[in-house]
Design a protein around this ligand. Sequence first.
Ligand code: SAH
Ligand code: SF4
Length: 352
Amino acid sequence: MSLFEQSSAELRDWFLQHHLPAYRAGQVRRWLFEKRAGSFDEMTDLPAPLREQLAAEFQIWTTRVAKHRDAADGSEKLLLELNDGQRIECVLLRDDKEHCTACISTQVGCAMGCVFCATGLDGVVRNLTRGEILEQMLHIQRLLPGPGRQPAAESRQPERLSHIVVMGMGEPLLNLDALLPALAEASARNGLGIGARRITISTVGLPDGIRRLARENCQYHLALSLHAPTDALRNELVPANRGFGIAAVLAAADEYFELTGRRVTFEYVLLSGINDRPEHAQQLVHLLRGRPALVNLIPFNPVPGLPYRTPAPQATAQFAELLTGGGLNVAIRYRKGDRISAACGQLRRTSN
Ligand code: SAH
Ligand code: SF4
């Protein structure tokens, strides 16, 4: 049985069923989430026979680190191998001393087929389980100096994961049944203790999934991958759009804001000559005007074999100015860790 597939209540029940004190379940969880233990042997305040019993019953890790790459900017990328041999990616992004973000995957591959994305090139294999999603965060946390780990340098303070972005491989809203319990563990005080407002779910924009997330009202931040201001262009770049259209995506996003009070971010990958012309900026202003929206411009991160190009920094700045001039809030996000293939899906492709 995999330990990370169990909720806190389920683990407690297991202890009670085995006539063991319930507080032991809390001790095990503290070892895993706070003290970053990797095995039952390390849980030194548990009696040795109990450690043996736990080891016989539970497997802690179902994933293993197959590859670990560092980038000069402090980001690190892990390629994880799952029980069935499939591989997924997760990334640690360091923005500054206080910001350590885990970027995690929700599926092996992706069925949405966005034309500029490495993950979508081979379609989807399967959804990840809640345990596999949670293990990514814990593997990333174990890269940080902290309890049980040697600080990387004398001066380094213990670090904590401060944010989670669900922006790795896969479409999160097609796997909410596993993602929501995993994120509940991430935000729980007796889990990783990362506040819901520091957790971002990025989606291609499936209206039904957005509505479900709105009703759950977990206070997660929603990022919507728009990439085009008209249906004609979005249908080409984001084929999933053909099934519902931009109007339905925006209506669902509005509902998300109304029900949760949380401002939605719109992501826009800039592809040179394709969706970065002045008329696209004007159409985007027209589309989003009046919404309390932030637009994140992401210059295309080149994917080997794909014909798209990254706009010049000047063209990106001009596009941003047109949006700002039209009254939108805009940020330009250069993706970190490019040299470790941090646009998710790339390391997996080069390693197969
Ligand atoms: N499926 C979800 C989350 C994973 S993709 C989604 O699409 O939102 C996370 C973000 O990375 C999305 O905004 C996606 O459009 C963007 N992305 C994918 N490929 C990229 C590339 N080659 N360069 C820059 N951004 C990319
Ligand atoms: Fe899937 Fe997101 Fe990539 Fe589109 S951008 S193919 S939705 S992972």
